[in-house]
Design a protein around this ligand. Sequence first.
Ligand SMILES: *Cc1c(COP(=O)(O)O)cnc(C)c1O
Length: 393
Amino acid sequence: MSSDITPESLPPVPESSESSWRRATSVVHAGRTIDRETGAVVPPIHLSTTFARGPDAQLAGDFCYSRSGNPNRAELEQCVASLEGGSEAAAFASGSAAANAILQSLHPGDRVLSSRDLYHGVRSLMEKVTTRSGVACESIDLQDAAVVERELERGARVVWCETPANPQLHVIDLENLSLRCRAAGATLVVDNTFATPMLQRPLGNGAALVVHATTKYLAGHSDVTGGVVVTDDPASDLWQRIREVQTLAGSVPSPFDCWLALRGISTLHVRMKQHVENAVVLARRFEDHEVVGRVLFPGLESHPDHALASRQMSGPGGVLSIRLKAGEEGARRFTSRLTWIPRATSLGGVHTLVEHRMLVEPEGSPVPPDLVRISVGIEDAEDLWVEFDRALS
Ligand SMILES: *Cc1c(COP(=O)(O)O)cnc(C)c1O
C-alpha cells in the first residue's frame, strides 16, 4: 500500500455534492467512495458474512451481519435512492422479492388495486401468494378515472401501477393518480422497471414507493437478478415494515450481485440513450411495414398515450410490442425466422430480445396472441432492422 494514501488524505465525498449531481454523474458516482484502506476507485466486494467487534463490543462501521447489512448492498441502495430522488432504498434478491416485501408489509384486510396490464409474475405473486395472507388483490383499469375514483371510494391500502406497462405499453398519468391516491389515503407504488430513473422519476410525481427489477435496465446486461424498493419517507411505518421483511425474511442479494448491479448502473445513462434511439427507429420501420398490424410504443404519434408519455417521460423507453396482421401464426412465424436475435424472455439488457408473449402469459391474460414484445438492445439499429425485415418478409 502506498504510504501517501491515508484515510485522512481520502475524505469521503461530501453529501452536498451528491445531492446536486445530475443523473449522468450520479450513475457513475452515487453511493461509491474511494476505499479508504487501499485507494481502490472501484468498490471492493465484501464477501464476509460477519463483521468483528472491538473489545467493548463496538462495531467498526455500520455492519454486523451480512443479512441485515453489507457494504456492497448499502452502496447499491444509496445509488438507486439517489437516482430516483428518494432518501432510502432496500435491495432484494429479485424484482419479485422487492415487490413481495411491499406486499408482505400489508395487513390482513388491506386491499391492493393494480393495473390490468401488469408484469405477469407480479400479478401471479399477488393472486397466489399475497391473497393467502388475507390481503385482497384486484386489477382494475387505472386509465379510467371514473373506475379509479369508484374503487378508491370503496377503500384501498395500495394502488400498484406499472407505467409504461408490460407488454402493451399503456401509460398511466402518475401526477393525477397520486393526487387521487393521496386524497383517498392510499399508497401509490410505481414499478419503474420499464422507464428507469433516466426517463421517469415517480417519487417526483407523488408516488410513495418505487420498485424495480434491477435484473432489467439498471443492471442492464442480463447477468444478474435483483430488485429494489425506494422511498422518500424512511420514517413511515410502511418503510419500517419493508426493512423488517428485508432483514428478517432475508431475501437479500449477494454482495457480488450488488456489485454487478452497481457496475451495470454506471452505464445506465448512455445505455438508455441508445435503447431509446434504436427503439424509435425500429418502431417507425415496423409501423410502415405491411405485415405489421399495430406497433405499441409510446414514442409513436399513433400511440393513444403519446402526449401523456411525452409530458411524463424524458424518452419513450426501449421496449416495443408489435401485433402481426397474420395473427398468432404470424407472430409464431416471425419469431421462428430470427437467426441471431435471441427468442428469450426478459428485457432491458444490451442484447435485443424477442418474445412471442403468449408463450409465457398465464391463462386468462389480457395479452393478444398476435403480440410480439421486443426489448430493443444497444446494437446497431440498421443491423437489427435487416434481421427483423427478413423475418417479416
Ligand atoms: C422482470 C420484472 C419484474 C420481476 O423481476 P424479477 O427480477 O424477474 O423477479 C417486476 N416488474 C417488471 C416490470 C418486470 O419486468
